[in-house]
Design a protein around this ligand. Sequence first.
Ligand code: COA
Length: 260
Amino acid sequence: MAYENILSDYQNGITTITINRPKKLNALNKDTIQELHDAFDEANNDPDTKVIIITGSGEKAFVAGADISEFADFSVEEGGQLAAQGQAILFDFVENLGTPVIAAVNGFALGGGLELAMSCHFRVASINARMGLPETSLGVIPGYGGTQRLPQLVGKGRAMEMIMTAGMIDANQALSYGLVNHVVEQAELLPLCEKIAGKIMRNSSVAIAEAIKSVNAGYKDGVNGFDTEIKSFGNCFGTEDFAEGTTAFLEKRKADFPGR
Ligand code: COA
């Protein structure tokens, strides 16, 4: 599919999606959010794609937030709709994909940018990255899941402070908060994400999808994560991957998972 605001590139089991509006620091306008949805959907439905990496173009920004110019004159209803649609189309959608998604945070990840990174299954940052939820400095609050996912990742007190001060933290502080898993030089960012993707790809993609579902279940209202885990665990026993994984172990060879 051809996109205007993003790039999507497949290589060796990895689809890398790059938000490509560097002059606007990759700010998320409506079209970009829709294109991201389409690209994630396409990659998730591609049996060859085992891992998705999302990053920003240029050396300065991952995503500097939702596009402020688009919502500056919105009404109460329009504001609510913007958050609801964005969450459904992109942020919840990404979090619940069966294909693992790694955020390669290559610079500013602010507002909707940090919310997008937090929707991914985990994050790796380059040393120049700066992260924050500056919405209260604009008279609004995070609307793409930031008030929920930030406390889940860093704890309530730290999230409260970040949201109330609207300040930015650097990559090393994000690492110490557990907001990102690794910090590397910018040139090493995609190579490290690809190396981690390589490790993920050796394992059963069907089991990984069940694991994502189970981990996410613990964070959903009214859903019992342990029950989800029991069901997902059981599901694995009906897959070709399980037959291959256990047979390979018993035969003392490396598993070659069919991904079914
Ligand atoms: N929405 C729309 N446009 C944005 C944007 C956003 N969230 N973030 C940056 N841009 C645009 C700027 O308006 C500017 O466009 P212009 O060249 O047409 O004037 C361009 O991107 C470059 O940004 P600029 O502010 O000049 O870069 P900087 O290096 O001086 O500052 C930031 C970088 C990230 C600190 C600053 O851009 C910023 O604070 N952005 C908004 C962050 C934010 O509040 N996000 C939350 C939105 S809910």
